[in-house]
Design a protein around this ligand. Structure first.
Ligand code: ADP
Ligand code: MG
Length: 358
């Protein structure tokens, strides 16, 4: 038994820093992802190759446990380990991985790798595991084997998104809904600001801690349970963080209304409002991101915002088809004028979720 399975990376259209606060997110699948060519084997070995990285990693399945595998192989091996621990009889496979997603760029190559692997391993063995469950196993693999305490958004997006749609997800209940993302006459531009994330700085972990503290003071289990910033929160920093979470959830709802009404200008405005909130209230933006959004708006973009955890990474811009080249050119020019590294600007659109390729 052999086959080829594909799973995409994702971009979150709006709903930033809401996931771990039990709020709303609205990711869509990219047209790029990870492909796993898989063959069944019954010798209790997992044999792993990646076209992007040297070497072959052979993992004896009976000795597989969290912490035993390091490096990139922890992702696919982790999926096998988690599925086996859940009782699925996976007795071995050869997995050849290939990808057209940049690694570590915030487009969730790790979830794409996990999800393509999860589909490959279950389908090789004829196991019909629902995609919502596969997403949870993939997330569990990332927690236990790769040591990253991520939310469920990336795996859910990779497995549940459909072409031409974004996926509304309530991170408290796990409920999802397909929202048409019709870009006719418009373009989404992804700007890699070439400012890498400064993870060692601990800013992301600090924001999570602040939200937990605010929720504790307010007596709620997650910050998204409040609908306005309560007076009971005197600390100005915690008030700003709460204000962002509350207004960001509201912006996700408004973005959906604009999408349903075909109002691209309205969507652009909430994207920009999200950026300003991330800059001023959540304080996770970085200089090149602010330059990108401000320059793009001056050049006639409908809106834009930083995406991802912050402190570096990418910006998403929305422009009409006829303004898109001008916007991209203006952003590149602004970087050059400030001596910033040349940004990498690509067009993105909502592609299909994971599927069997052959
Ligand atoms: P992101 O998910 O944003 O791309 P992560 O740091 O979460 O960034 O995941 C990147 C890691 O996923 C890589 O360091 C590597 O271990 C693994 N990975 C992603 N794509 C591949 C690939 N094509 N081959 C092997 N490993 C990959
Ligand atoms: Mg990742």
């Amino acid at each position: 038994m052999t086959g080829v399975w594909y799973a995409p990376g994702r971009i979150n259209l709006i709903g930033e820093h809401t996931d771990y606060n039990g709020g709303l997110v609205l990711p869509f699948a990219l047209g790029s992802g990870v492909t796993v060519s898989a063959a069944r084997r019954d010798d209790r070995l997992l044999v792993l190759r990646s076209a992007q990285l040297p070497g072959v990693v052979t993992v004896p399945l009976d000795e597989l446990s969290p912490g035993r595998i390091t490096g990139w192989a922890a992702y696919p091996a982790g999926v096998a380990g988690v599925l086996r621990a859940a009782g699925y009889p996976i007795a071995g496979a050869t997995l050849s991985i290939d990808s057209d997603l940049p690694r570590g760029a915030g487009l969730s190559s790790s979830a794409a790798l996990e999800c393509a692997t999860a589909l490959a391993l279950t389908r090789l063995y004829g196991l019909r595991v629902p995609r919502t469950e596969l997403a949870r196993y993939a997330q569990q693999a990332e927690h236990e084997y790769a040591g990253t305490p991520c939310g469920i958004m990336d795996q859910a997006a990779s497995l549940l998104c459909t072409e031409g749609h974004a996926l509304l997800m309530d991170c408290a209940s796990g409920a999802t809904e397909q929202v048409p993302l019709d870009l006719a006459g418009h373009v989404l531009l992804l700007v890699d600001t070439r400012s890498p994330h400064v993870l060692s700085d601990g800013g992301y972990a600090r924001r999570r801690g602040e939200c937990e503290e605010a929720a504790r003071l307010l007596g709620v289990s997650a910050l998204s349970e409040v609908t306005e910033v309560p007076a009971a929160l005197p600390d100005p920093v915690l008030r700003r963080r709460t204000d962002h979470v509350v207004t960001e959830n509201d912006r996700v709802r408004r973005a959906i209304e604009f999408l349903r009404a075909g109002d691209a200008a309205g969507l652009g405005r909430v994207l920009t409002a999200s950026h300003r909130s991330l800059r001023d209230l959540y304080e996770v933006s970085w200089p090149a991101a602010d330059v990108t959004v401000d320059t793009a708006l001056d050049a006639g973009a409908l809106g834009g915002r930083m995406i991802g955890g912050g402190f570096g990474g990418s910006v998403l811009l929305l422009a009409t088809l006829d303004r898109a080249d001008d916007v991209a050119g203006s952003v590149s020019g602004a970087y050059a004028a400030r001596g910033l590294a040349t940004p990498v600007i690509t067009r993105v659109s909502p592609g299909p979720g994971a599927y069997r390729r052959s």
